[in-house]
Structure formats: C-alpha cells, structure tokens
Ligand binder design. Structure first.
Ligand code: GRF
Length: 220
C-alpha cells in the first residue's frame, strides 16, 4: 500500500475544495492526509471545518507582519513544520513569495476556476461570462511566481450557458473542481505525476486513472 501524501492546505475563505479533499480522503479515493490547514485570514470558515475534524490549523495573516518578506518566511515556516509532501492552494487568495516557493519547489498546486491560460487572476468566472465563451472550466496547475502561470496538470471543461452570470457559472465550475482537485492529488500521491521543473504525467495511459469517474476515457 503506498504511503499517504501529507498535505498542507492553504485557504482564505469558505473551503469547499478543502471539504471535497477531506471527503475524498474519507471515501478512500484520495491517498492523502491533511496535515494542516493554514489561512491568511482569521475566521475563515475553512479553519472551522478543519478544527472540527481535529486537523491542525494556523493563521498567518499579512496584517501581523511589517513587510511581505517576513509574512512569506513565516508562512513557509508554519507549513514546513508539518513536513508536507504537497502544498495545496484551495482558494488561497494571495501570491506566494520567493521564500515559500523555494521551500517547496515544484510541490505546490493551485485550483483555478477557468481553463488556463484563459482568464487568470481574480474573477475567472466573471471574465468568462464577459468574454461570452461557450466553454470554461477549472485547472489544477503547479504554482510558480506568476499569477496562475505555472505548468498545467489537469483541466475539466464546464459549459457556459446564456443565462449564466458569474455566480451561477462559478457554482457549476466548483462542482467540477471538487472532483478534479482530489483526483489530481490522488494521482500525485500514487506517483502518476513527476513534479519538479517540468512536471509531466507518467501514470497509466488511461486518463480515467485520474479524471473524475464519470468521464469517458479519451479513446472511447
Ligand atoms: C475556487 O473556485 C478556486 O478555484 C479559487 O478560489 C475558489 C475557492 O473556493 N482559487 P473554496 O474556498 O474552495 O470554496
């Protein structure tokens, strides 16, 4: 039995992706364990969810630091205490600094509510609605120093319908995120991705191995 991948999950808000990860772990479909949940915001509902489950929580708010480098260093130190094999940004609304990136090189992933490289940054769903695209979705990618610019690991497409506003589309995208993120974390835990400088998928040829179970295999 392969070892569970220890996760440091960084959050800023609601934490529906954290819940989805936790549910997949409990159901046995994601070979990971949540070692800690760290927020940049006191009172984030995601923290409450974690605490209720006995998961260690930390708050590292920029407001408590005189400058960004000290915040970045402290964030990296708090996460490193838990010796995570992977850092997951699950609705973490800040750019990581050089210290954090250097501490976990190639071992940080983010979930973004658009099909990158389209619509990076804030308000991915609103950007998609404004651009009147017919298809958007979500992306799990490795984090680098840019805004949603790191190598893409997996994506799920979600149709945009004429009656969509940003909120309605975001809800539909989130349902896809809740399947995609645990699937990718599971694939990483099982060694199906080589992370590092140039991440690549090295797992079974059948993409169904990490795609949501309801997706047909590409070859069919
Ligand atoms: C998600 O839509 C994610 O793509 C984006 O922030 C949102 C966080 O949602 N990065 P939640 O806190 O996981 O509910």
């Amino acid at each position: 039995m392969p070892k569970r991948l220890a996760l440091a999950v960084l959050v800023s808000g609601r934490g529906s992706n954290l819940r989805a990860l936790s549910a997949a772990i409990e159901q046995g479909t994601c070979l990971a364990q949540i070692a800690c949940v760290i927020s940049d915001r006191k009172g984030a509902p995601a923290l409450e969810f974690a605490a209720e489950r006995g998961i260690a929580t930390r708050v590292v708010s920029p407001q408590d630091f005189s400058d960004r480098p000290s915040w970045d260093r402290s964030l990296a130190e708090r996460a490193a205490e838990f010796e995570p094999g992977l850092v997951v940004l699950a609705g973490f609304m800040r750019l990581l600094g050089p210290n954090f990136l250097a501490r976990f090189p190639g071992r940080i992933v983010n979930v973004h509510p658009a099909l990158l490289p389209a619509f990076p940054g804030k308000d991915g769903p609103a950007q998609a609605v404004a651009a009147k695209v017919a298809l958007s979705g979500c992306t799990v990618h490795v984090v680098d120093a840019g805004v949603d610019t790191g190598p893409i690991l997996a994506q799920a497409a979600v149709p945009v319908v004429p009656t969509d506003d940003a909120d309605r589309l975001h809800k539909r995208i989130q349902a896809a995120e809740h399947r995609l993120l645990p699937s990718v974390v599971n694939a990483i835990a099982r060694g199906h991705y080589e992370l590092g400088e140039r991440p690549r998928y090295v797992g079974p040829a059948d993409v169904g191995a990490f795609a949501p179970a309801s997706w047909p295999p590409l070859e069919s």
